[in-house]
Write a new protein. Sequence first.
Length: 83
Amino acid sequence: LGVCIAMMVQRYCKRHGYTDGEPSVSLTLELADSPKRVAGFVVDVELPDGIPEDKKEVVRRMVELCPVHETLSNPPRVDIDIT
């Protein structure tokens, strides 16, 4: 998830000339019990300097279209085949 988001943000910044620093992405996992699982992710995206406030919402919408984010938001079917 973090790599997918980082690649999308980096591509956006490069395409639009926001090159005053590198974007960075960090993830924090929220764990749950019963059953033990990852219950959620907190994604922190740090953008390069110089990105206007109104473009930050554009970046948020773009990040939400990351294929890994979409997969986690719409879980795939899991087929278990034991032979």
